[in-house]
Design a protein around this ligand. Structure first.
Ligand SMILES: [Zn+2]
Length: 208
Protein backbone atom coordinates (compact mmCIF):
# COMPACT_ATOMS: atom_id res chain seq x y z
CA UNK A 1 0.00 0.00 0.00
CA UNK A 2 1.36 3.43 -0.89
CA UNK A 3 2.33 5.90 1.83
CA UNK A 4 0.14 8.85 2.69
CA UNK A 5 1.10 12.30 1.56
CA UNK A 6 1.82 14.72 4.42
CA UNK A 7 -1.56 16.36 3.77
CA UNK A 8 -3.35 13.03 4.08
CA UNK A 9 -1.39 12.10 7.22
CA UNK A 10 -2.33 15.31 8.96
CA UNK A 11 -5.97 14.81 7.91
CA UNK A 12 -5.93 11.42 9.65
CA UNK A 13 -4.15 12.83 12.68
CA UNK A 14 -6.67 15.67 13.02
CA UNK A 15 -9.60 13.29 12.79
CA UNK A 16 -8.11 11.28 15.63
CA UNK A 17 -7.95 14.46 17.73
CA UNK A 18 -11.70 15.14 17.40
CA UNK A 19 -13.64 14.07 20.45
CA UNK A 20 -15.58 12.12 21.57
CA UNK A 21 -14.27 9.00 19.88
CA UNK A 22 -17.24 6.92 18.80
CA UNK A 23 -16.89 4.02 16.39
CA UNK A 24 -18.73 4.88 13.19
CA UNK A 25 -19.87 1.27 12.77
CA UNK A 26 -20.72 -0.16 16.20
CA UNK A 27 -21.23 3.21 17.96
CA UNK A 28 -18.96 2.09 20.81
CA UNK A 29 -17.15 4.76 22.81
CA UNK A 30 -13.43 4.35 22.28
CA UNK A 31 -11.54 5.21 25.41
CA UNK A 32 -8.33 3.34 24.72
CA UNK A 33 -5.84 4.93 22.30
CA UNK A 34 -4.90 1.48 21.03
CA UNK A 35 -8.48 0.84 19.98
CA UNK A 36 -8.65 4.04 17.99
CA UNK A 37 -8.29 3.69 14.22
CA UNK A 38 -9.31 5.69 11.18
CA UNK A 39 -11.15 3.70 8.53
CA UNK A 40 -11.61 4.38 4.82
CA UNK A 41 -15.33 3.78 4.20
CA UNK A 42 -14.40 2.74 0.68
CA UNK A 43 -11.01 1.09 1.15
CA UNK A 44 -7.95 2.32 -0.71
CA UNK A 45 -7.71 -1.12 -2.28
CA UNK A 46 -11.18 -0.59 -3.76
CA UNK A 47 -10.44 2.83 -5.16
CA UNK A 48 -11.38 4.87 -2.09
CA UNK A 49 -9.55 8.12 -1.45
CA UNK A 50 -8.03 9.68 1.65
CA UNK A 51 -10.50 12.57 1.76
CA UNK A 52 -12.66 13.79 4.67
CA UNK A 53 -15.85 12.27 3.21
CA UNK A 54 -14.28 8.83 3.10
CA UNK A 55 -12.67 8.84 6.56
CA UNK A 56 -14.33 7.78 9.81
CA UNK A 57 -13.27 6.88 13.33
CA UNK A 58 -13.58 3.13 13.90
CA UNK A 59 -12.70 0.80 16.72
CA UNK A 60 -9.94 -1.66 15.97
CA UNK A 61 -12.31 -4.67 15.98
CA UNK A 62 -14.66 -3.17 13.41
CA UNK A 63 -11.80 -1.98 11.25
CA UNK A 64 -10.20 -5.43 11.20
CA UNK A 65 -13.48 -7.17 10.54
CA UNK A 66 -14.47 -4.80 7.77
CA UNK A 67 -11.12 -5.45 6.05
CA UNK A 68 -11.45 -4.68 2.33
CA UNK A 69 -15.25 -4.45 2.29
CA UNK A 70 -16.96 -1.23 1.32
CA UNK A 71 -19.29 0.39 3.81
CA UNK A 72 -22.39 -1.10 2.12
CA UNK A 73 -20.85 -4.54 1.91
CA UNK A 74 -19.96 -4.41 5.57
CA UNK A 75 -23.55 -3.62 6.58
CA UNK A 76 -24.78 -6.59 4.56
CA UNK A 77 -22.15 -8.73 6.23
CA UNK A 78 -23.22 -7.57 9.70
CA UNK A 79 -26.90 -8.16 8.99
CA UNK A 80 -26.31 -11.69 7.78
CA UNK A 81 -23.93 -12.37 10.65
CA UNK A 82 -26.65 -11.39 13.09
CA UNK A 83 -29.28 -13.55 11.42
CA UNK A 84 -27.16 -16.66 11.02
CA UNK A 85 -25.72 -16.80 14.48
CA UNK A 86 -22.07 -17.39 15.19
CA UNK A 87 -21.81 -21.06 14.32
CA UNK A 88 -22.96 -20.91 10.71
CA UNK A 89 -21.25 -17.64 10.19
CA UNK A 90 -17.85 -18.88 11.30
CA UNK A 91 -18.11 -21.80 8.88
CA UNK A 92 -18.99 -19.55 5.96
CA UNK A 93 -16.22 -17.12 6.85
CA UNK A 94 -13.70 -19.95 7.09
CA UNK A 95 -14.68 -21.33 3.72
CA UNK A 96 -14.49 -17.87 2.19
CA UNK A 97 -11.03 -17.32 3.65
CA UNK A 98 -9.86 -20.67 2.30
CA UNK A 99 -11.26 -19.72 -1.09
CA UNK A 100 -9.38 -16.42 -0.99
CA UNK A 101 -6.12 -18.29 -0.30
CA UNK A 102 -6.70 -20.66 -3.21
CA UNK A 103 -7.60 -17.76 -5.50
CA UNK A 104 -4.31 -16.11 -4.56
CA UNK A 105 -2.44 -19.23 -5.68
CA UNK A 106 -4.34 -19.20 -8.96
CA UNK A 107 -3.51 -15.51 -9.41
CA UNK A 108 0.16 -16.31 -8.95
CA UNK A 109 -0.06 -18.92 -11.70
CA UNK A 110 -1.99 -16.53 -13.90
CA UNK A 111 0.92 -14.09 -13.55
CA UNK A 112 3.42 -16.84 -14.41
CA UNK A 113 1.43 -17.78 -17.52
CA UNK A 114 1.31 -14.15 -18.55
CA UNK A 115 5.07 -13.84 -18.02
CA UNK A 116 5.59 -16.93 -20.17
CA UNK A 117 3.41 -15.52 -22.92
CA UNK A 118 5.43 -12.27 -22.91
CA UNK A 119 8.77 -14.08 -22.92
CA UNK A 120 7.68 -16.26 -25.84
CA UNK A 121 6.61 -13.18 -27.72
CA UNK A 122 9.99 -11.50 -27.11
CA UNK A 123 11.83 -14.67 -28.08
CA UNK A 124 9.90 -14.94 -31.35
CA UNK A 125 10.70 -11.31 -32.10
CA UNK A 126 14.44 -11.93 -31.70
CA UNK A 127 14.22 -15.11 -33.75
CA UNK A 128 12.50 -13.16 -36.51
CA UNK A 129 15.27 -10.53 -36.42
CA UNK A 130 17.92 -13.24 -36.67
CA UNK A 131 16.31 -14.83 -39.70
CA UNK A 132 15.36 -11.68 -41.60
CA UNK A 133 17.89 -8.99 -40.66
CA UNK A 134 21.35 -8.41 -42.07
CA UNK A 135 23.64 -7.81 -39.12
CA UNK A 136 27.30 -7.57 -38.24
CA UNK A 137 29.06 -9.80 -35.72
CA UNK A 138 28.49 -7.49 -32.74
CA UNK A 139 24.75 -7.28 -33.39
CA UNK A 140 24.64 -11.01 -34.08
CA UNK A 141 26.30 -11.68 -30.76
CA UNK A 142 23.83 -9.41 -28.98
CA UNK A 143 20.82 -11.10 -30.59
CA UNK A 144 22.19 -14.54 -29.73
CA UNK A 145 22.67 -13.47 -26.10
CA UNK A 146 19.14 -12.11 -25.97
CA UNK A 147 17.76 -15.32 -27.42
CA UNK A 148 19.70 -17.38 -24.90
CA UNK A 149 18.49 -15.15 -22.09
CA UNK A 150 14.82 -15.61 -23.03
CA UNK A 151 15.25 -19.33 -23.52
CA UNK A 152 16.81 -19.78 -20.08
CA UNK A 153 14.09 -17.73 -18.44
CA UNK A 154 11.45 -19.81 -20.23
CA UNK A 155 13.04 -23.06 -19.04
CA UNK A 156 13.01 -21.76 -15.47
CA UNK A 157 9.39 -20.65 -15.81
CA UNK A 158 8.35 -24.03 -17.19
CA UNK A 159 10.00 -25.71 -14.23
CA UNK A 160 7.89 -23.55 -11.94
CA UNK A 161 4.73 -24.22 -13.92
CA UNK A 162 5.06 -27.97 -14.30
CA UNK A 163 5.25 -29.79 -11.00
CA UNK A 164 4.45 -33.42 -10.62
CA UNK A 165 1.24 -32.49 -8.87
CA UNK A 166 0.74 -28.98 -10.05
CA UNK A 167 -0.18 -26.51 -7.31
CA UNK A 168 -2.34 -24.83 -9.89
CA UNK A 169 -4.41 -27.95 -10.54
CA UNK A 170 -4.68 -28.50 -6.81
CA UNK A 171 -5.89 -24.95 -6.25
CA UNK A 172 -8.50 -25.37 -9.00
CA UNK A 173 -9.64 -28.61 -7.43
CA UNK A 174 -9.82 -27.04 -3.95
CA UNK A 175 -11.84 -24.11 -5.26
CA UNK A 176 -14.29 -26.51 -6.88
CA UNK A 177 -14.63 -28.49 -3.64
CA UNK A 178 -15.04 -25.38 -1.49
CA UNK A 179 -17.68 -23.99 -3.81
CA UNK A 180 -19.56 -27.28 -3.65
CA UNK A 181 -19.44 -27.13 0.15
CA UNK A 182 -20.68 -23.57 0.04
CA UNK A 183 -23.59 -24.51 -2.21
CA UNK A 184 -24.55 -27.32 0.16
CA UNK A 185 -24.43 -25.05 3.20
CA UNK A 186 -26.42 -22.45 1.31
CA UNK A 187 -29.10 -25.02 0.48
CA UNK A 188 -29.30 -26.12 4.13
CA UNK A 189 -29.48 -22.54 5.39
CA UNK A 190 -32.19 -21.62 2.91
CA UNK A 191 -34.12 -24.67 4.12
CA UNK A 192 -33.54 -23.76 7.78
CA UNK A 193 -34.55 -20.16 7.23
CA UNK A 194 -37.34 -20.83 4.74
CA UNK A 195 -39.73 -18.67 6.70
CA UNK A 196 -37.51 -15.64 6.28
CA UNK A 197 -38.31 -13.07 3.65
CA UNK A 198 -36.68 -12.64 0.24
CA UNK A 199 -34.42 -9.91 1.55
CA UNK A 200 -32.74 -12.36 3.88
CA UNK A 201 -32.11 -14.79 1.04
CA UNK A 202 -30.53 -12.05 -1.02
CA UNK A 203 -28.31 -11.03 1.90
CA UNK A 204 -27.34 -14.62 2.50
CA UNK A 205 -26.40 -15.10 -1.11
CA UNK A 206 -24.26 -11.98 -0.95
CA UNK A 207 -22.44 -13.19 2.15
CA UNK A 208 -21.79 -16.67 0.76
ZN1 LIG B 1 -16.67 -0.61 16.24
Amino acid sequence: MRKYTSRESSMIKNLKKEKPHICYYCRKFITNEEELTVDHKTPLSRGGLTVPDNLVIACKDCNLEKDSMTEDEYYVYLEVKKELGNYNFIIITKINNLLKEQEKILDMYRDLHEEKRLLNYKKMKVLKMITTEHFNAARGYMLARELQNYSLKLIRLDEELIHETSMEELAKYNIMQLNTQKREIFKKLIEAYKNKDEKFKILLKKAM
